[in-house]
Structure formats: structure tokens, C-alpha cells
Design a protein around this ligand. Structure first.
Ligand code: ACO
Length: 458
């Protein structure tokens, strides 16, 4: 029987090694001339990037000028870190974890194998994997006070709000997790987050449904145990539908990491203050909650409900194009401009699940929406293709998950990525507390003159 996680933290790999794909563009320099001063500057290029701090040297003739800053709202063209975890080529529709194509991992790997890979950079051997699975399995229980904490939420609380605050609350149960530069502490915190997130997620689900909480069952796999905590009623051992188990395993793998997306950036930014990992990761859950990020799968289903039937689809598309109908949820991606490779895998998976559960009215509407959008000039010219969220919502729904639970499923899948990225950030000597600059657009100095009768009553 493998030992407890607290005794033997696995060897930390050097995460700073070069990413598998060679950086494009050779070394060189950017020769620029400032027309204000006629001065020329040579800005070194490495890894197809220039360092924004080099721009500080570019100053006007004003002696108080602090130098140029780069202005990049929403980080459209700014690399915030060097990372060896995930590689994306948005134009070619490529996604790889530590060099392994997502298609191969989705086809053959287990979610916990991928979780190990993301953190350590290599696939686990049998001994490492067995120990890891054992450690995760034996940390799935949460403190009974966490259960009471969850019971304090209203019956209609959104499960993402419950997950977010519960993960942040875990920091209060494990104060030693603040020792983030102690490898043993980091290891046990990572195990705890991977192990307890499904438990908290399932407890949130049962709370909203008014059902008794189901405690983890150590005889089951990670995904089966999660489904058992969600759906078990009077059975002594829950037997999950193997198609659903496989579908969730694959969906978790597809969501496990996606380089510097909004929630990962939130985890890194909050973690850069050297707060504990529970607090840092809860920031990621908060970011994922938003409808432009993980909340999109929920919005896809709401949109389909709103459309109603297949015959309303052309009118709905016209409304989207005219700007009156908002965006077509589940379409478009900041990075993928040809197709989202995850969407391809999920579409195939969706067909397998629908073969079991059947096609209903909503699914027919979704498929018609996809068909029309993919042949419409508006979407083609803007390179708007279905993203992973377009299909995941449909699969989750056919598995009878409530719509507002979809993003929670995304969060369980993304947990290994957040943790791997958090640790990589911490161990990266170049990283400091994240603190962007701004371009001040407010007023200049002016004297205080209150408009209140008595601004500071005694
Ligand atoms: N429906 C209709 N038009 C769209 C859509 C859409 N889903 N997405 C983008 N566009 C249009 C924009 O209006 C814009 O048109 P314009 O050039 O005429 O002004 C053009 O396409 C470019 O769009 P941007 O907003 O600049 O693209 P950006 O990269 O900033 O946004 C995003 C990406 C947020 C994903 C966007 O496509 C969107 O809101 N999609 C719907 C929400 C969604 O599905 N999110 C999930 C993303 S995947 C994930 O988080 C796992």
C-alpha cells in the first residue's frame, strides 16, 4: 500500500527547461528611432519578444519623463511569463500539454496522469502514479466544518459562488499552506486541492438539490467517486454509467490547462503576492465564473432555450449579426482562429453520449445553429468557430447536470493546470509581484473643497 502524501513529496523537476517547440524568430534587435528626440535605440529581440522594460530607456527631452510604457489592455500582445507547460498554436489549432498532443491524451490518458504530467513535466511511472492516486484518494474528505459552511448557503446559491468561497475557506483549515516555498507544504496543498474540489463541488450540488451529502468512496476512481457523490441514493456502491465516466474523464483532460487564459492569469497574479494556494486558486474559480470564460457553456444552454426551436435559428443568427442579439455564445476564441482542437474532440464525444441518451429539441436547435453559423460569411470572415464550450454544455445537460453546474465541472478539470502554473510562477526567479502600469487619464492636482455640509462629524 503506498504511503501518505505528507511523508514523501515527489522530486521537483526543473520547470525552467526550454519548451518543446523551438521559439519562432531568431535573435536580433529592433532598431527604433524616437521622432521626438531623433534618438535611435536598439532593443534586443529574444524568443520573438522584446522586453517591455527596454522601452523605459526611450525618453523625451523632459528630464522628469520616466520613459515609454507599452499599452496593452487585456494583454492582447503581451507575454507575462515563460512557461513550459502548455503550447497552443491558435492558427493551426494545436494544443499540447508538455509536448503531448491533446488528441492523444484525450484518447488514452487518465485525468490524474495528466494532472501529474502538467505539474512535473513528464508522465508518471507506475510507482509515482500509484502513490499519486493513493494520495488523492485519501484526501478527498473535507473537515466537517466545511460541510456546515456549505449548509449555510441559500437553497438557490449558484454552485460556482459556493465553490469559489469554499476553496478560499480551505485556507483557514490549512494555515501551514502559507509556507509556499516549502516543497512538502506545496505538495500536500496541491494534493488537497485536487482531492477536495470534487467533494466540495458534489456537496454544493447536493445542497442545492436538498439531498443528503454523499461521502467519498475510496474504492472508486476519481471520476467514478465524483459521480457517486453527485448521484448516489440508496445503493451500497454506486455504479456509474461507463459512457458518462469516460466522457467526464475526457472533458476534465480537455480542460486541464490552457496556458495564460483569464483564470490562470488570475491565479498567477494573485499567487504572485505569495498568498497560500487555496486563496490563489479561488481567484481562478472567480475568473472562470464569468460568462466570457468558463461561464460560456452555461450561457450556450440558456441561449438555446431562448431560441426555442429550430425554425427560430435563422432569425436569431440575424440578430447576432446586427448586434441586437448579443454574441453567439460558444463561438469565437481569443487564441484559436481556425478551430478549437478541443471542440473537435468534444463534438465526437457528444455524438457518443447522444447515441446513448438520444437527441432532443435543444440538441436539434444547437446543431442547426452550428450548421448555419459555420456557413455564414459573418462568422467565417471573423474566424468564429465553435469553441469547446459550445458542445460541453450539451453533453453535461444530457448527463442531467443542471445548467448552473457546468462551470463547476470546468473548474474541476482546470484545477491541475492552475496548480501547475501557480507552482511554475513561484519557482520562476524572474517573477515578482504582478503590478501593471497605467496611463493616467484623470485630473491634475486640485485643492480639496468639500461639497458636504459637515464632512467629518465629531
Ligand atoms: N458571436 C458573434 N460575434 C462575435 C463573437 C460571437 N461569439 N465573438 C466575436 N465576435 C465578433 C466581435 O463582435 C468582433 O466583430 P467586429 O470585428 O465586427 O467588431 C469580432 O468578432 C472579433 O471579436 P473580439 O471580441 O475582438 O474577439 P476576442 O478575441 O476579444 O473575444 C471571446 C473572444 C471573448 C471568446 C468572444 O469570441 C466571445 O465573447 N465569444 C462568446 C463567449 C464564449 O463562447 N466564450 C468562451 C471562450 S472559450 C473558454 O473560455 C474556454
Amino acid at each position: 500500500m503506498p504511503k501518505s502524501a505528507t511523508t514523501t513529496p515527489p522530486q521537483q523537476k526543473n520547470t525552467a527547461k526550454a519548451p518543446a517547440p523551438a521559439p519562432s524568430g531568431s535573435e536580433g534587435s529592433l532598431e527604433v528611432k524616437d521622432s521626438r528626440t531623433s534618438k535611435g535605440y536598439s532593443i534586443p529581440i529574444a524568443d520573438n519578444a522584446i522586453r517591455a522594460t527596454e522601452l523605459k530607456k526611450v525618453k523625451s527631452s523632459d528630464p522628469e519623463d520616466l520613459g515609454l510604457v507599452s499599452y496593452d489592455p487585456a494583454f492582447l500582445n503581451t507575454a507575462s511569463c515563460r512557461s513550459a507547460i502548455t503550447y497552443i498554436d491558435g492558427d493551426k489549432g494545436i494544443l499540447r500539454y508538455r509536448g503531448y498532443p491533446i488528441e492523444q491524451l484525450a484518447e488514452s490518458a487518465s485525468f490524474l496522469e495528466v494532472a501529474w504530467l502538467l505539474r512535473h513535466g513528464e508522465l508518471p511511472n507506475q510507482k509515482e502514479y500509484d502513490q499519486f492516486v493513493h494520495d488523492i484518494t485519501f484526501h478527498t474528505y473535507v473537515h466537517e466544518n466545511m460541510r456546515k459552511f456549505l449548509e449555510g448557503f441559500r437553497y438557490d446559491a449558484h454552485p460556482m459562488a459556493m465553490l469559489n468561497s469554499s476553496i478560499a475557506a480551505l485556507a483557514s483549515f490549512y494555515p501551514s499552506a502559507r509556507n509556499i516555498f516549502d516543497e512538502t507544504e506545496r505538495n500536500i496543498s496541491i494534493i488537497r486541492l485536487l482531492a477536495k474540489t470534487p467533494t466540495i463541488a458534489a456537496f454544493s450540488y447536493r445542497h442545492v438539490k436538498g439531498l443528503p451529502f454523499v461521502y467519498p468512496d475510496n474504492r472508486l476512481s476519481y471520476v467514478e467517486n465524483f459521480l457517486s457523490m453527485i448521484a448516489r441514493m440508496t445503493e451500497s456502491k454506486y455504479e456509474a454509467n461507463p459512457i458518462f465516466t469516460r466522457a467526464l474523464e475526457i472533458l476534465f483532460i480537455l480542460h486541464a490547462d490552457h496556458e495564460q487564459n483569464c483564470s490562470t492569469n488570475a491565479v498567477r497574479a494573485v499567487g504572485s503576492s505569495h498568498v497560500d494556494p487555496f486563496s490563489a486558486v479561488s481567484a481562478g474559480v472567480a475568473a472562470l465564473f464569468g460568462p466570457l470564460h468558463g461561464g460560456a457553456n452555461e450561457q450556450v444552454l440558456r441561449m438555446i432555450k431562448e431560441i426555442g426551436t429550430v425554425k427560430n435559428v435563422p432569425g436569431f443568427i440575424e440578430n447576432v449579426k446586427s448586434g441586437e442579439g448579443g454574441k453567439l455564445m460558444g463561438f469565437g476564441h481569443r487564441v484559436y482562429k481556425s478551430y478549437d482542437p478541443r471542440a473537435k474532440i468534444v463534438k465526437k464525444l457528444a455524438d457518443e453520449v447522444f447515441d446513448v441518451v438520444g437527441v432532443d429539441k435543444d440538441l436539434e436547435t444547437a446543431l442547426e445553429l452550428e450548421r448555419i453559423a459555420l456557413s455564414d460569411e459573418y462568422f467565417i470572415s471573423r474566424k468564429l468557430y465553435p469553441n469547446v464550450d459550445f458542445y460541453t454544455g450539451l453533453i453535461y445537460r444530457s448527463m442531467a447536470f443542471p445548467t448552473d453546474f457546468f462551470t463547476v465541472l470546468f473548474a474541476i478539470g482546470r484545477m491541475p493546470g492552475w496548480l501547475a502554473q501557480w507552482e511554475e510562477m513561484l519557482l520562476d526567479k524572474e517573477q515578482k509581484i504582478a503590478r501593471p502600469r497605467q496611463i493616467y487619464t484623470g485630473l491634475g492636482e486640485r485643492p480639496y473643497k468639500s461639497r458636504l455640509k459637515n464632512p467629518r462629524p465629531d
